[in-house]
Design a protein around this ligand. Structure first.
Ligand code: ZN
Ligand code: ZN
Length: 102
């Protein structure tokens, strides 16, 4: 379930910023082979729906990791920003967004 949140997160170097309007109250952890390679461990991400915007887009590279999804990261510092399902433009933001209860 998505709830209304205005949350922002930065990459490590500050060259990119992600802003979300909605997000799930729960984080997910994925241990699939691709996430383990990408994240260097379980991928921690939160469903943010599709109302997501970015600053510093020239510093964001999206890697198409499969036919159905891509993974975005800061091309200056390498911080992971999102996993996106292409078909419905659904974003899962990485754990640089803190949940409201933290
Ligand atoms: Zn960065
Ligand atoms: Zn995975």
């Amino acid at each position: 379930m998505l709830t209304q949140h205005n949350k922002q997160g930065n990459c490590l170097c500050g060259a990119t910023r992600i802003s979300v309007k909605t997000m799930s109250v729960n984080f997910g952890a994925c241990h699939c082979d691709m996430c383990l390679k990408w994240a260097g461990g379980p991928l921690l991400a939160v469903d943010c729906g599709s109302d997501v915007s970015f600053e510093g887009t020239e510093n964001i590279t999206a890697f198409s990791s499969s036919d159905w999804a891509e993974r975005g990261f800061c091309n200056k510092c390498g911080s992971h920003l999102f996993y996106r399902l292409k078909e419905n433009n659904q974003y899962f933001a990485n754990s640089n967004l803190k949940c409201n209860r933290c």
